[in-house]
Design a protein around this ligand. Structure first.
Ligand code: FAD
Length: 323
């Protein structure tokens, strides 16, 4: 099976990414023809070190100026136009999983995140992964090529790796590349979170399924930026691609610990609540007074979120010392 590995050299986790990917390749694709690696990097990085990380004999180093998944996706769809790989492998961080899922959509293939092992039988790709918080192991079979997978994090890297000698090496300077690709426009705008990561943000605004549309999510993102909050979402919002996966809060995403968390249109399921329970203050805006989050929040507003948030934003902007 012809495969391509995509690594993000700009990530702080590039070394563990490369190790886990190399281990996965060695375990699962040892008998496949030599693969190809596409590695994004920025000016600040040591090229020699990055070349040594390649898990494939053929390496394309792509110099980039931006580091968001949207930009990588646009770039990849352009780069892969004439590529005939059946399998694209991404590391298991949120960016890798987001890219795997969205690239499959653009290429008309199928995708799966956090895969531990694969077996191909010619017709299908059988993928194994841990589900339900580690209680079950699932076998899921993908039929539609190309298969775009992200690799489970924390895999056994002990048997990794015979050093791979890069035999074919190419470089591409994509710093002049602009977003937008022949296969479609970006599905959502770049994050406006003031550069703060959700994990570290002191003030977050989180939107859930009650917000109900991509347009309204976009408006809430703007409100978050106007209030000085970092924007996050619950899983149904991320899964609808109304917001990027890296803004997902909860056990499947980011665990936050802000001073203030305002959650709107969110019921407060346990898997989500784990992502905000370390907040100092939680404000819930919900139309359902029996929603679990309403029971555990410090401040509750039972009302439609829209008018409440617009008014709150106005009040916060009037008092710049808040929050
Ligand atoms: C293994 C596993 C892992 C999971 N991991 C995560 C995770 O990491 N993060 C996550 O979020 N979920 C996760 N989930 C899903 C989780 O169980 C819930 O399904 C999800 O959190 C529900 O999202 P929600 O609250 O946005 O939507 P819903 O549960 O549909 O809640 C929507 C809420 O909006 C309210 N509402 C509707 N209209 C309005 C309005 N106009 N104004 C105000 N409020 C309104 C409703 O009353 C309701 O309470 C996971 C599930 C599983 C099985």
């Amino acid at each position: 099976m012809k495969y391509t590995v995509v690594l993000n050299g700009c990530s702080r986790n590039i070394y563990s990414q490369a190790e886990e990917t190399a281990s996965f390749v060695a375990e699962n694709l040892g008998s496949a023809p030599p693969g190809r690696c596409i590695l994004f990097y920025s000016d600040a990085q040591n090229k020699e070190e990055l070349i040594a990380l390649s898990p494939a004999e053929s390496l394309l180093l792509v110099k980039v100026k931006q580091r968001d998944p949207e930009y990588y996706l646009s770039l990849l769809t352009g780069l892969l136009q004439n590529d005939t790989s059946s399998l694209y492998l991404f590391p298991g961080d949120l960016c890798g999983s987001e890219l795997a899922i969205r690239l499959a959509h653009r290429l008309g293939g199928s995708s799966l995140a956090a895969v531990e092992k694969i077996e191909e039988d010619g017709e299908e790709l059988h993928c194994y992964k841990t589900v339900y918080s580690g209680y079950l192991r699932a076998q899921l079979s993908l039929r539609q090529k190309p298969y775009c997978l992200s690799i489970a994090r924390g895999g056994d890297t002990r048997r990794c790796r015979k050093a791979v000698k890069v035999l074919k090496f190419e470089e591409l300077d994509a710093t002049g590349f602009e977003k937008g690709s022949p296969l479609g426009e970006p599905e959502y705008e770049e994050e406006a979170n003031g550069g703060l990561e959700l994990e570290e943000a002191p003030f977050i605004l989180v939107a859930g399924q009650g917000v109900n549309s991509r347009e309204k999510i976009t408006r809430l993102k703007e409100i978050a930026a106007e209030m000085g909050a970092t924007f996050g979402v619950s899983r149904p919002v991320a899964m609808s691609a109304w917001a990027p996966l890296h803004s997902l809060i909860g056990v499947s995403g980011v665990i936050t610990r802000p001073q203030l968390c305002i959650a709107v249109g969110i019921s407060g399921a346990a898997a989500f609540f784990a992502g905000i329970e370390k907040s100092k203050y939680i404000v819930a805006v919900n139309i359902d007074e029996l929603a679990p989050l309403v029971q555990s929040a410090d401040v509750v507003v039972i009302d439609d979120y829209e008018a409440v948030l617009e008014e709150l934003c106005r009040l916060i902007k009037e008092q710049p010392s808040l929050p």
